[in-house]
Structures are given as C-alpha cells and as structure tokens.
Design a protein. Structure first.
Length: 118
C-alpha cells in the first residue's frame, strides 16, 4: 500500500492540473496569455507546494500514537538551556508560578517581615 504522503501528493497534483489549465487559458486574447516559460515556473511552484503540503500532512498521519487522546505536551521531555533534558513543561510552569508569587510581593512594597515601611 502506498504511503500517506504519496496519496496526498497525487491528490494535490490532480487538483492542481485544472487550476493550472485555467491559469493558462484565463485571458481570451492569446497575446496576453502566459508564455511557456511562465507556465513551467508556475507548474514547478505548484508541484513544490503540493509536495511540501503532502509531506507535512502525510507525516502527521504516519504516527497515529502521537495524536491519541490524552497525550499532552507536558509529558514530552524538553531540552533545557544547560544541555540536559527537563522533566517536562508542567514542572517549569510550577516554578514560574512560584517565582511570580515571590516577585509580586516585593513589587507591592511588601517585604517578608511584617513591619511597616512608613
């Protein structure tokens, strides 16, 4: 059985052919129609666009386990700035919340001791 990328590529090329034909025949006067070189260029761009889109969408379809319900980004290990791997995004969110709480107290003019500043 052909891969998903091949199937999507063939479908996108079949859809691109009528669009390219319309582009070639869009002007009623033959003098204003695109020349052969322009049609080759537009056809190559359409083919590259079809190839890129089919590789992108087909690549998503290859690994259905990646998109199963319940899979979250928090369980994926993320690289850290030190070169190691963090446990996940959930722990960094908790650290940010803790640091925001401590910063918000110091921004409001409050310190850890309960004395007044006046």
């Amino acid at each position: 059985m052909p891969s998903y990328q091949t199937i999507f590529f063939v479908i996108s090329l079949v859809c691109a052919v009528p669009v390219l034909f319309w582009y070639y025949r869009r002007h009623p006067h033959p003098r204003f129609r695109p020349k052969v070189g322009e049609m080759v260029m537009v056809t190559l761009f359409a083919g590259l666009l079809s190839l890129g889109g089919s590789l992108l969408i087909g690549g998503m379809m290859d690994d259905p386990e990646q998109f199963r319900p319940g899979a979250s980004m928090g369980s994926i290990p993320m690289p850290s700035a030190q070169g190691g791997v963090d446990e996940g995004m959930d722990s960094s969110k908790d650290d940010r919340k803790d640091s925001k709480k401590s910063e918000s107290g110091s921004r409001n003019g409050r310190s850890d001791d309960s004395g007044s500043r006046r």
